[in-house]
Design a protein. Structure first.
Ligand code: XBP
Ligand code: MG
Length: 265
């Protein structure tokens, strides 16, 4: 039975990568680094997961390798600048995300976050929309800096399941990128994918459902989706789809995905 919704952040909650790109470039200027990522170059570098890893890769490609502490310092500056940009300009949430997060508790569904982004990037994105107490809504908030391996490795999703004390098939993940879909699938979690602008060319066919976005009464899909027989995705419809798809008599092939992680220590 569906128990929890696990949200990716960048590209899924909001189209934030444009602000990330600007923050990286301003940090390069501030540190005297000879890099400037235009949109085309940033789209290419989004295949490298994690800001620090992205900086290191680009420096190595331009024969300007820097020691890890210096890369970390550049990334810390970028994170501060990103927070300032987000606070100053905001990032509109994608259709249906706020609504689904509000519907979830009424439908008996718990909420979690599983993202590659840095923990500091969450407050300026969530607080303006969900209020100062936004963290209380999420039973697990797992970020890239808390796990050993970033997406497409399953680490953030496995850690979210562990903190929720749930089996993979008791959750649904929401993702915008191929790496995110692969990470959730590798954790055994069903995935709803909504392609984002910066990763529009990604193959999301590994997802269980691919939607334009989650939809809203004011942002209807062009057509009703066969999986939910509606023009937006409600918590109730998602739970009904999940029950039809996964609550049938369990067989050996899904045993591992129905086994709960040990409870948090
Ligand atoms: C997206 C990412 C992050 C951001 C930049 O994370 O890959 O690296 O691009 O943030 P997700 P940082 O889609 O999993 O939310 O610089 O903090 O890494
Ligand atoms: Mg994402």
């Amino acid at each position: 039975m569906l128990e929890a919704l696990i949200f990716d952040v960048d590209g899924t909650v909001a189209e934030t990568e444009g602000l990330h790109r600007r923050a990286f470039n301003l940090a390069f200027e501030r540190h005297g680094v000879g890099l400037r990522w235009d949109e085309r170059e940033y789209r290419r570098l989004l295949r490298v997961h994690g800001g620090k890893e992205r900086i290191a890769r680009s420096l190595a490609e331009h024969e300007e390798p820097r020691p890890p502490p210096e890369v970390a310092a550049i990334h810390a500056t970028k994170t501060r600048i990103y927070e300032e940009l987000l606070e100053a300009e905001g990032a509109p949430w994608r259709p249906g995300v706020h609504r689904l997060m509000a519907e979830a508790p009424r439908a008996g569904l718990r909420l979690a976050i599983a993202t590659t982004t840095s923990e500091a990037n969450l407050e300026p994105l969530f607080a303006p929309v969900l209020g100062a107490g936004w963290r209380r809504r999420f039973e697990a908030i797992v970020t890239g800096d808390q796990v050993a391996r970033k997406k497409p490795a399953p680490d953030v999703y496995l850690e979210a399941l562990r903190r929720l004390h749930l089996a993979p098939l008791e959750a649904v993940a929401f993702e915008d990128s191929r790496a995110g879909v692969e990470a959730a699938r590798a954790a055994g979690i069903p995935v709803v994918a909504m392609p984002s602008r910066w990763l529009a060319g990604d193959d999301l066919s590994g997802a269980d459902i691919v939607l334009e976005h989650l939809g809203d009464a004011g942002a209807l899909w062009a057509e009703s989706h066969p999986a939910v027989n509606n023009r937006w995705l409600s918590a109730r419809q998602l739970a009904a789809w999940h029950a039809r798809r996964f609550d049938a008599a369990p067989d050996r092939s899904t045993h591992a995905r129905r086994t709960r992680c040990p409870p948090p220590a």
